[in-house]
Design a protein. Structure first.
Ligand code: MEV
Length: 307
């Protein structure tokens, strides 16, 4: 049995979504695939499941209460530590393969289990990455249920209502700094800042409003407005302490040929995304500034079994 799941790009709202604010993400056409076969002992790519890099795979095996032992093979096109949801894609694809061995897969169940795995392994988190990898396409996270509701996930006193949302077909240019940054400590640092500084709390709320304006702007194809909002979202994230000089450099390089650009995902390195009408020119500008650049599209397919 095998399953695959997509990586993701957060267009608006990362970090603020952990506090329950709105956020917008889209699945991208870079995917993780996981193959599972009965074997004499538990193995991941031939090695031990206890290796730290397989902690999400191991978490998924425990969460799914998988009957084993199994040999798992993990193949991922999603670069890790790059803010593109690689751990969520691997977790969701693993759960897809494990559930697929015993019956039909249900994206809502997988989204819930994957969020729990991410929370256990990474610490404080929102369900945006894991739900986008499960559902595919574009997802809007809101506090309250609205049109297009897919599922609701709760934890502590926070609630996230995940909605299907339609965006125009868009090319996004991703610029990777090559600096790998772990999400858990970055999320914890924003929480610490918000707990001690009311201004940081206001900035988190402003990101929520930017997300709602941004979704409307994208839907009515007002890319100039969407770009302005991305620029502001980037400035706020930097103020919240999750920027990096290399991110600023790539964002500045991309802006000359794009509507707007911002860091995407947890920040602290990782990647930025630009909304551009001339993606090739924007990618060239990012490369000239020292980043790795590639063009991605929204992927409508969420978790799916293969073969
Ligand atoms: C990471 O891709 C997105 C964050 O908002 C963390 C999370 O939502 O769990 C930074």
């Amino acid at each position: 049995m095998a399953a695959s799941a997509p990586g993701k790009l957060i267009l608006f709202g990362e970090h603020a979504v952990v506090f329950g604010e709105p956020a917008l993400a889209t699945a991208i056409n870079l995917r993780a695939e996981v193959f599972a076969r009965p074997h004499a002992e538990w193995r991941a790519d031939g090695g031990s499941l206890d290796e730290p890099r397989y902690r999400y795979v191991r978490g998924a095996v425990q969460k799914a209460k998988a009957q084993g032992p199994l040999w798992l093979e993990v193949r991922s096109m999603v670069p890790s530590g790059a803010g593109l949801g690689s751990s969520a894609a691997v977790t969701v694809a693993t759960l897809g393969a494990l559930h697929g061995m015993v019956g039909a897969i249900d994206p809502a169940t997988i989204a819930r289990e994957a969020f729990e795995v991410e929370h256990e392994v990474q610490g404080r988190a929102s369900p945006i990455d894991t739900s986008t990898a499960s559902a595919g396409g574009s997802l809007l996270v809101l506090r309250k249920p609205s049109e297009g509701l897919l599922w609701t996930i709760e934890r502590d006193s926070r609630r996230w209502c995940l909605h299907r949302t339609d965006l125009p077909p868009l090319d996004f240019v991703v610029g990777s700094t090559g600096i790998s940054a772990a999400t858990g400590p970055l999320v914890a640092s924003v929480k610490e800042r918000v707990d001690r500084d009311p201004k940081a709390r206001d900035l988190v709320r402003e990101i929520g409003r930017i997300t709602l304006d941004g979704v409307q702007a994208l839907r009515r194809r007002d890319f100039a407005r969407a770009g302005q909002l991305m620029d502001r979202n980037h400035a706020i994230l930097t103020e919240l302490g999750v920027g990096h000089p290399m991110l600023d450099r790539l964002v500045a390089a991309a802006r000359a040929t794009s509507y707007g650009a911002k860091l995407t995902g947890a920040g602290g390195g990782g990647s930025m995304v630009a909304l551009s009408e001339r993606p090739e020119a924007t990618a060239a500008a990012i490369r000239a500034a020292g980043g790795k650049a590639f063009i991605v599209r929204s992927d409508p397919v969420g978790v799916t079994t293969l073969g």
